[in-house]
Ligand binder design. Sequence first.
Ligand SMILES: [Zn+2]
Ligand SMILES: [Zn+2]
Length: 313
Amino acid sequence: MLQAEIKSLLKEDISILIKVANSGKHYLCDCGEASLLTVKEIQTVSAVFISHTHIDHFANFDGIFRHQIGSGEKVVICGPKNIHHQVEARLKSYTWNLIDEKAIEYEIREIVSKEEINVYTIRPPHWNLELVKTQNFLFEDEYVNVDFAILDHKTDSIAYLFKEKDTVTFHENASDFKKGKWISELKTAFESNDADKEIEIEGILYKASELFHLLSRNEGYKLGVIMDHAVDEINYQKIKSVFINADLVYIETFYKDTDQEFAKINYHSFASASGKIMNDCKVKQAVPIHFSRRYTEDDQQEIETAFYKAFRN
Ligand SMILES: [Zn+2]
Ligand SMILES: [Zn+2]
């Protein structure tokens, strides 16, 4: 199960921590001010996902690497075009004479297009970028796959979908066979679609496909984070193609409906537009985030009311 925690207070910029239940794994979405983010949490972040580098989403990046350097770990940073140069510029703006080259390694994945991801590494103390390769997927580890959409916010703004890996359940009561190592062999055959694999149970050989009915696939939890984006049809097509049927999505809702002319000027979203696109995507749960800092708690309530009205409609 994936869980998300908003680590910013109302008047702060945005930062969301995603946790994989029962693991020490954390992913961080955007680096706005985040009073609620602890040093310990920062130190267990294995990947940082940046939507775009407007200052309200990237200002606290220094505060993040401040607590990561010295860990000796490899940390992945995903972000839009040019993210590698922006990370490099931030790192190079400090003096690192007392830090050795094994203190940390950042692997930066620059999203050029849906199919083109440039992978760079950068290490202390000189922080010189090295292009390692170009790949056609963004991120995968033992727990999740991360899909994304490149949205228009007058600059690229990456919306991320964290998809927990599917799991396979064995239905114990569906047969009279004794339990044994054949169950894990069958699961492996099932996961790799190897229908002809021979499975031995109590001295008898079976074709895996004859036993597949003892298993079922449980689709992994899908959690999305959609940051700044303009209200427009092309963005919405992209959002629908990635976030359809997601379990939980956090979505930028910067303006109240009554301020929607500002949303248009600034390539942002507003309450009922964000609620409606979440409804169109048939997501199970949606949460509006990232409100204009000039808004009061009453304004926030107004946003939430309009958002949920459009979402649940
Ligand atoms: Zn922005
Ligand atoms: Zn923003």
